[in-house]
Design a protein around this ligand. Structure first.
Ligand SMILES: Nc1ncnc2c1ncn2[C@@H]1O[C@H](COP(=O)(O)OP(=O)(O)OP(=O)(O)O)[C@@H](O)[C@H]1O
Length: 348
């Protein structure tokens, strides 16, 4: 395969913060990315899926030549991002989440003009390209209005439009739809799918498993700086198909976390469990993942009676119990015993 983006054993360790007048290091170094390798080819979207703090942004910042890796290599179109950062940058479109990437006191068109010049797009090409991008990104109508008057969906589309100015073969998109309403997120996802159809290589970081499932040809599940599973969304889910993930909804007071007390019941066949409190409904959601059966073994049956009895003793009522359809969320749960929304520092 002709490779557009490649990372080999990429690592990043942040030193501990320096404190006091002697600037002494306090605490421990943080290993944010711990030996990550992957490849992305043309027309391929690779999803880097993991909870907050898993190392996604740090990985993207290294690929984008914004921070130096502690070790390992990364190449964009065969160009080493550490040795030849300027050349590598010329082939990259970068959209970082959670950062203001455009000037709100300028219009959309002015922003693209400014960044286009900064990216050294030849003036003869720039005007034409800006018109095309504005049209493609559905920003034409408001192109001459100040960005501060744009909706958040339009601001995100403009940020992606900005990344597209050098017509890059490789796109690094960090949480592109975070904070958007479902309709705006939909329109951005449709655009990303179009960019893939152009033959571009897209690395997409997200903690939204539906987004990863929908857009990615391949998903890398990252946790605590390491890739813990990799495959097509379908393959990852079918790994789980024969092992049950059962979800119970327990209604009642917000007492002790059910994942805590259920673990002490020593249930046969349960490999992992995780819980989440839905305050609005007054419901605990408790997910139990059964041991994955080996070749030829029958799927594990989970005996739930002890949990139901203990829940009742604690004043909780089982309002729903059922097998979860495998999703990337349940894949993550089965692998780590945590939910994607919980963050890397949560219970292990
Ligand atoms: N500049 C920095 N200095 C020290 N530690 C850092 C720095 N940037 C990130 N970290 C730490 O590295 C780890 C990975 O962070 P990173 O932002 O890459 O995760 P993430 O998966 O992108 O999560 P999020 O979705 O919250 O951004 C975290 O423990 C974070 O606190």
């Amino acid at each position: 395969m002709h490779l557009l983006l490649e990372a080999v054993d990429l690592r990043k360790t942040f030193p501990p913060p320096l404190r006091g007048w002697r600037r002494r290091p306090v605490g421990e170094a943080t290993v944010a990315v711990d030996g990550v390798s992957f490849r992305v080819g043309p027309g391929e979207v690779v999803g880097l899926l993991g909870p907050n703090g898993a190392g996604k942004t740090t990985a993207v910042r290294m690929l984008a030549t914004l921070i130096l890796p502690t070790s390992g290599t990364a190449r964009v179109r065969g160009i080493d991002v550490v040795r030849r950062p300027l050349e590598a940058r010329a082939h990259l479109g970068v959209m970082l989440g959670g950062e203001r990437t455009t000037y709100w006191k300028l219009t959309g068109r002015e922003n693209l003009g400014y960044f286009g010049t900064l990216y050294r797009v030849p003036p003869a090409v720039l005007r034409q390209r800006i018109s095309e991008i504005l049209r493609r990104f559905d920003l034409e109508e408001k192109a001459d209005q100040l960005v501060e008057r744009y909706s958040s969906g339009m601001k995100q589309r403009l940020a992606l439009a900005r990344a597209m100015l050098p017509d890059p073969p490789v796109l690094l998109l960090d949480e592109p739809t975070v904070g958007l309403d479902p309709r705006a997120a939909r329109s951005l996802r449709d655009l990303i799918a179009e960019l893939r159809a152009d033959g571009r290589a897209v690395l997409l970081t997200t903690h939204n498993m539906q987004e990863a499932d929908e857009l990615s040809d391949r998903v890398l599940i990252i946790d605590r700086g390491r890739i813990i599973a990799e495959g097509t969304p379908q393959a990852l889910k079918s790994r789980l198909r024969r092992s049950a993930v059962v979800r119970l909804e327990l209604q009642g007071p917000d007492g002790e976390d059910p994942a805590g007390w259920a673990a002490s019941l020593g249930l046969a066949g349960v490999e992992r469990m995780a819980s989440h409190r839905d305050e609005a409904g007054g419901v605990w959601e408790l997910s139990l993942a059964a041991r994955t059966p080996q070749n030829g073994e029958p799927p594990t049956e989970l005996a739930l009676a002890p949990i139901v009895a203990e829940a009742e003793r604690r004043g909780l009522r089982v309002v729903r119990a059922g097998q979860e359809t495998p999703t990337l969320e349940s894949v993550f749960l089965a692998l780590t015993g945590r939910r994607l929304g919980e963050g890397a520092e949560a219970r292990g």
